[in-house]
Design a protein around this ligand. Structure first.
Ligand code: 3ON
Ligand code: FE
Length: 483
C-alpha cells in the first residue's frame, strides 16, 4: 500500500479522549501466569523474552502524580517458549518505591512536577532526585538492568523480577552517577552514555563487551545546559542532539516546580548536533548546527561516503509540562506532532541538511538489531491513525525508506499502541524477516494485548494477539533477548 489515505475525515477524531485516559490507570497488582487467552498462534520459532519498562503507578495510594514520566518503574516480562507465552510484572523496588508504599503517601518530588503534599513550603530546598527506574530494561552480560537516565541502573533477577539493588557496572559507576536509558547495541558491544548537565554539560560514553565489562569510557564537556534523552551510533561515532533549551533551577529549588518543568525551549536558538568519535584517539567533539527543534528519540544513524545520516523524531518545540495542568487533559490537536526527519551531516564543511522522511505523527522507532548504526531500509514505529495532525499512537507503521512504501496496522478507535520491538526470525537475514512485538491497550475491555505482527507484511494483521488478564499502563521502552 502506497501512502494510505486517512480512512476517516480529518475533523472526526479516531479516538475518544476518555478511552485513551483509562490507559493511564495505575496497575498496583503484580501477576505471574501463563497466557491462555490467545487469538491466532504464537510462532513456534519465536523463542526468548520480551522485557518492558514503564510507569506502573500513576498515583501513590490515591495521591496522583503530576506526569507519567514520574511513575514508578514496573517491569513486564513476556517469555515465549514452545509456542506458549508466560506473563509476569513486578515493580522495581527502588528505595523510594519501598518507602512510599510503606508510608502510603508521596515522599519524594519527581523530575516532572510531582510534589510532596503540603505546597511549596514542604518542597522547597529538597533537591534530591527520585530514582524511579522506569524508562528502559535490558538483559546484558547476564544482568537484567532497569534504566532511568538521571541515576544508576537497578539490577533485577530475570527469573523472578526481584530487585537485587543498584548496579555500579563492577565499580565503574559511583554513587549518584547517571547511566542513560537508551543503550545501543552494535554486535557484541553495548554503547551507552551519561549526562551531567550544568552551565557546561559532561557527556560520558561507555562501551560494554558481551560479558558486561566496561571496555571503553571517555568523557567530554560541551558548552551550555543539555537535556539529552537518547543518542545514535555508527561504527565510528556517537551522535547527540543538544536541543535548544535553557534551564532556570530557581522554581525547582524554591519548591514550586519539578526540575523538568524548569527546562525552557528556545525557539530562536539552533539545535546543536554533537559528533563524538567512539575511539577517543580519533579526536574530540565536533559541533554542527541545524534548525531549532526538540528531539527525544533517534531511529538510527549510518555513515555514507563522507557523510553521516541520522534519522530522528523531531518536535517543533519541547512539549513542556505545565505546573497546573493535568496530563490526561492534553489537547493533542493543539500540539505539533513528532515527525521523522533525516539529518545529513557533512563533517568537512560542518553543514547539516534535513529532509522530512515521515510527516505522520510518530514515536518509538525500532529497526532490525543488525542494522543499528548501518544503512537500513525498514523502520518500524508507533504512529497516529491519521496521516496528519497530532494524536495518540494507535497504529504501527512500517516505512520502506528505499521505495517510500508504507504499511499501517491500526487499532483505532478503541486501541492504543506502545513501542514496537523488532525480533528477527532465527537463522534468517532479511531485514524485515521477523516479528514486531507490541503491547496494545484495548480500552473496550480495559485490558492490554501483546500483539505479534509479521514484520514482512503488516497488512496480514496480527499473527497472534495475546489477551492479558488486566491492562498495562502505557509504557516506555523494552528489549527482546533470545535467552
Ligand atoms: O534537571 C535537569 C533536567 C531534566 C529534565 C536534569 C535532569 C537530568 C534531572 C533531567 C531529567 C530528565 C529525565 C529524568 C528524563 C526522563 C524521561 C522519561 C522518563 C521519559 C521520556 C519519554 C519520551 C517520550 C517521547 C515519550 C513518549 C510517550 C508517548 C508517545 C506516549 O505514550
Ligand atoms: Fe526514550
Amino acid at each position: 500500500e502506497r501512502f494510505p489515505v486517512p480512512t476517516e475525515a480529518l475533523d472526526e477524531l479516531p479516538y475518544h479522549i476518555k478511552q485513551w485516559q483509562k490507559g493511564y490507570e495505575s496497575l498496583p497488582q503484580e501477576f505471574d501466569y501463563w497466557i491462555d487467552d490467545i487469538e491466532g498462534q504464537i510462532p513456534a520459532e519465536l523463542e526468548g523474552t520480551l522485557f518492558r519498562n514503564g510507569p506502573g503507578l500513576l498515583d501513590v495510594n490515591g495521591q496522583r502524580i503530576h506526569h507519567p514520566f514520574d511513575g514508578d518503574g514496573m517491569i513486564c516480562r513476556v517469555a515465549f517458549s514452545n509456542g506458549r507465552a508466560h506473563f509476569c510484572n513486578r515493580f522495581v523496588r527502588t528505595q523510594a518505591y519501598v518507602e512510599e508504599q510503606a508510608a502510603g503517601k508521596i515522599l519524594y518530588r519527581g523530575v516532572f512536577g510531582t510534589q510532596k503534599p503540603g505546597g511549596w513550603l514542604a518542597n522547597a530546598f529538597d533537591i534530591k532526585l527520585k530514582n524511579i527506574a522506569n524508562t528502559n530494561v535490558i538483559y546484558w552480560g547476564d544482568k537484567l538492568l532497569a534504566l532511568w537516565e538521571a541515576a544508576e541502573p537497578h539490577q533485577l533477577d530475570p527469573q523472578t523480577l526481584e530487585t537485587l539493588g543498584k548496579d555500579y557496572l563492577d565499580g565503574v559507576l559511583h554513587n549518584g552517577d547517571a547511566f542513560a536509558a537508551h543503550p545501543r547495541i552494535d554486535g557484541q558491544t553495548l554503547v551507552n552514555f551519561a549526562i551531567k548537565p550544568g552551565l557546561s554539560t559532561t557527556i560520558t560514553i561507555y562501551e560494554l563487551d558481551s560479558s558486561g565489562k566496561v571496555v571503553q569510557r571517555h568523557a567530554h564537556s560541551v558548552p551550555g545546559f543539555a537535556f539529552i534523552h537518547d543518542f545514535a551510533i555508527t561504527p565510528n561515532y556517537c551522535l547527540f542532539f543538544q536541543n535548544p533549551v535553557s534551564f532556570n533551577p530557581l522554581p525547582f529549588v524554591f519548591g514550586v516546580r519539578g526540575a523538568g518543568e524548569c527546562v525552557q525551549f528556545q525557539p530562536d536558538q539552533p539545535t546543536k548536533i554533537l559528533v563524538i568519535p567512539r575511539n577517543p584517539q580519533q579526536g574530540k567533539v565536533q559541533i554542527l548546527e541545524t534548525q531549532s527543534g526538540f528531539v527525544f528519540h533517534h531511529a538510527n544513524a549510518f555513515e555514507q561516503d563522507d557523510k553521516i545520516c541520522i534519522d530522528s523524531i523531531c518536535y517543533e518545540s519541547f512539549p513542556s509540562v505545565e505546573a497546573d495542568s493535568d496530563y490526561r487533559e492534553v489537547k493533542f490537536e493543539e500540539l505539533a506532532p513528532g515527525q521523522m526527519w533525516r539529518f545529513t551531516l557533512n563533517l568537512n564543511d560542518k553543514t547539516v541538511q534535513r529532509k522530512l522522511l515521515e510527516g505522520r505523527c510518530c514515536e518509538f522507532p525500532s529497526v532490525h538489531p543488525e542494522r543499528v548504526g548501518r544503512p537500513y531500509r525498514y523502520l518500524y514505529i508507533g504512529a497516529a491513525h491519521n496521516a496528519t495532525g497530532n494524536a495518540p499512537l494507535q497504529a504501527i507503521l512500517k516505512a520502506d525508506l528505499e521505495t517510500g512504501q508504507r504499511q499501517l496496522w491500526s487499532v483505532a478507535p478503541h486501541g492504543f499502541v506502545s513501542e514496537p520491538v523488532f525480533v528477527p526470525r532465527p537463522s534468517t537475514s532479511g531485514e524485515d524477516e521477523g516479528w514486531l512485538l507490541a503491547f496494545v491497550y484495548d480500552s473496550t475491555h480495559h485490558r492490554s494485548d501483546v500483539v505479534i505482527l509479521d514484520a514482512g507484511d503488516l497488512n496480514k494483521g496480527p499473527v497472534a494477539r495475546l489477551h492479558l488478564k488486566h491492562h498495562v499502563p502505557y509504557g516506555l521502552h523494552g528489549n527482546f533477548t533470545s535467552q
